[in-house]
Design a protein around this ligand. Structure first.
Ligand code: HEC
Ligand code: HEC
Length: 241
């Protein structure tokens, strides 16, 4: 067995397991040393040799693209596969186009850095604004390009139970599966919502100079569908994307 300096071994352990499938995939962004480390972990160590399959190296999607369910087929364990697929899907859900309308407070956010909605608006009792300042008094059924106002049918805020702002993929996943917090939807209904809801669709056609969510709505829905088909396990909470 190859001998590994203790300093390295400690780091290599981090490359095993689910979150690390991802961190492994992201290493090339950092130092060249990181890349070598991944190779070492996979080939020489087999992830600690504890009977675990080596963490396969996943391809890394471009910032504006999504991996497909097939990209995860190298992950042998079904739950691990579901977890990794969810983390990829969460790149969409935690994107500003979605997160701005799934805020943790009373006000939607705008732009790519979560600045508070200007003018100030409140969700009101039905998440549709307050009398005289309803969301739809400004937001139409479609984007109003000249006025910069984004639009889609029935524009309103996601209920507070569906707040995604500030969530890790793990917390988001648990919440999405919880019928008390997901609008009493079955997992199948979540897939359907992802595939065909018009407010979701807006995330890829946000108008003006707004950055769309990564991939396409169909590619996102395919990931959510695959996550459900693979048993819908949730990522460990420390996984961040
Ligand atoms: C007085 C008009 C007005 C009202 C009322 C209003 N909005 Fe807006 N909203 C805007 C304008 C204008 C923008 C675009 C700002 C920009 O991009 O410069 C915007 C942007 C947004 C965005 C940001 C999109 C993005 O990703 O950048 C969200 C989300 C949003 N509004 C949700 C809501 C919700 C939900 C309500 C009701 C609770 C609401 N708005 C009420 C005018 C309004
Ligand atoms: C204009 C506001 C708005 C935007 C933008 C928006 N959503 Fe939502 N979202 C809502 C509302 C309102 C609901 C509740 C609808 C319901 O229960 O039928 C919701 C519910 C959901 C749900 C159902 C389950 C749950 O627990 O949250 C999913 C999944 C979802 N949105 C995904 C997305 C994704 C993905 C995007 C971005 C591509 C997005 N949404 C963008 C307003 C928005």
């Amino acid at each position: 067995m190859t001998r590994i300096p203790r300093r390295l071994a400690a780091k290599i352990r981090v490359v095993c397991g689910v979150g690390s499938v991802y961190q492994g995939g992201m290493l090339p962004k950092h130092s060249g040393g990181g890349v070598r480390l991944t190779g070492l972990a996979l080939i020489a160590l087999g992830c600690g040799g504890g009977g675990h399959a080596p963490a396969p190296a996943l391809p890394v999607a471009a910032k504006n693209a999504l991996l497909t369910p097939r990209d995860f087929s190298a992950i042998a364990d079904r739950d691990d596969r579901a977890r990794a697929i969810f983390v990829e899907a969460s790149r969409v859900m935690l994107h500003p186009r979605c997160k701005n309308c799934h805020p943790a407070g009373d006000s939607p956010a705008q732009g790519d850095h979560g600045r508070p909605h200007d003018p100030p608006v409140a969700r009101g009792p039905e998440d549709t604004g307050v009398p005289a300042l309803e969301c739809t008094s400004c937001h139409q059924d479609r984007n109003a390009e000249l006025a910069r106002v984004p639009g889609a049918p029935n524009w309103h805020l996601a209920p507070i139970a569906m707040a995604w702002e500030g969530k890790t993929p793990g917390a988001l996943c648990a919440q999405l599966k919880d019928r008390e917090r997901n609008g009493d939807k079955s997992l199948r209904e979540i897939v359907e919502h992802a595939a065909s809801d018009e407010l979701v669709a807006w995330g890829w056609a946000p108008g003006h100079d707004r950055e769309p969510a990564p991939g396409t709505q169909a590619a996102f829905a395919a990931l959510v569908d695959a996550w459900v088909n693979e048993g819908a396990a949730c990522p460990k909470d420390e996984v961040k994307r």
